[in-house]
Design a protein around this ligand. Sequence first.
Ligand code: GLU
Length: 306
Amino acid sequence: MDLTATLQRIAEQVRPHLAEGKVAGYIPALARVDPSKFGIAVVTVDGEVATAGDALVPFSIQSISKVFTLTLALGELGNDLWKRIGREPSGSSFNSIVQLEREHGIPRNPFINAGAIVVTDVLLEGRPPESVINEILGFLQRLADDPTVSIDDEVARSEAETGHRNFSLAHFLAAFGQLKNPVESALAVYFHQCALSMTCVQLARAGLFLSAGGRDPLTGLEVVLPERARRINALMLTCGHYDASGDVAFRIGLPGKSGVGGGILAIVPRKAAIAVWSPGLNANGNSHAGTIALELLAAEMGWSVF
Ligand code: GLU
C-alpha cells in the first residue's frame, strides 16, 4: 500500500473537522496557533518516512514529552519509581487537584500533570534544573536523530506565568512530602519539557524505539530494554489520553500520548511510529482531527494491538 497516498487522502478527509476543535486557550502562547494546521508523519521500523500536510512545521509537543521524561526517570530509579507514582488511568482531567488530595499526593500515573511533576523531581536528584532541561533536550535530539529539535522559551515563559494549576499541584505534592526539590525547580523543568518544539517527522522518529522493543531500529541505539518498552506502551494505551484513554483504545487500539498543543504520538508495535498534529482540541483536551485521522489510518492499515 502507498503510505504517502493514504496519508494524503486522510489529510483531505479530516479537513472539514479542523474547525470543530478548540485551540488550548489557557496558555497564551498556544492560543495564537493557527487552528487550520494539520500534519501527519509515519516512520516505519524499516526507515520509510511518509508524510502529509504540515508534517515539517514545528509545534509544541506539551504532554507528549511525558513519555520521554518517564523513559529517563525509569533509567534513573527503575521500578522504585512506582513507589511514588501509580499506574492506573486517572479517569479525571489532566490537571485534576481533587484526585491528588484524596490519594495523599500519589499521582495516579506518570502522564497526568501531577505524575509528570514527580517524574521531573526524580530527574532533578543532585542536578540543577538547567542541566536536567539540557539532558531532556539532548535526549530528544538523539532520538529524533536531529540536532535542530529545540525548546520554545516563549511557550515555557507563558506557561510559567499562567500555570496556577500546575503550581497548585506541585505545592500539594510538596505538602504531602512527595517532592524532594523546590516546587520552582520541578516546574522549571516541567514547563520547559512541555515547550519542546518538534515536527511530526521528528516526533514519530523519536518515538520509533517504542515500536521496536526499545531499540532504535535505524541507528541500533539501545534506548531501553524490551520489557521496559512494553510497559511504557502499556501506560500509553491505558493512560495516554487522560479521561478519554478508554475511548481512544476503543476507537484506535494503539498506545498513544496526546498533548494540548494538538499533537499525538502513536505506536504500532513492530511496525511504525505515527505523529499527528492539529491544534483544535476536543472536550477531553485531545486533538479532535488528530484523533479522527489516527482512527482512519489504523482502520485502513489494519493497525491495532488487539
Ligand atoms: N503544559 C500543559 C499543562 O501543564 C500540558 C498539558 C497537556 O499537554 O495535556 O497544562
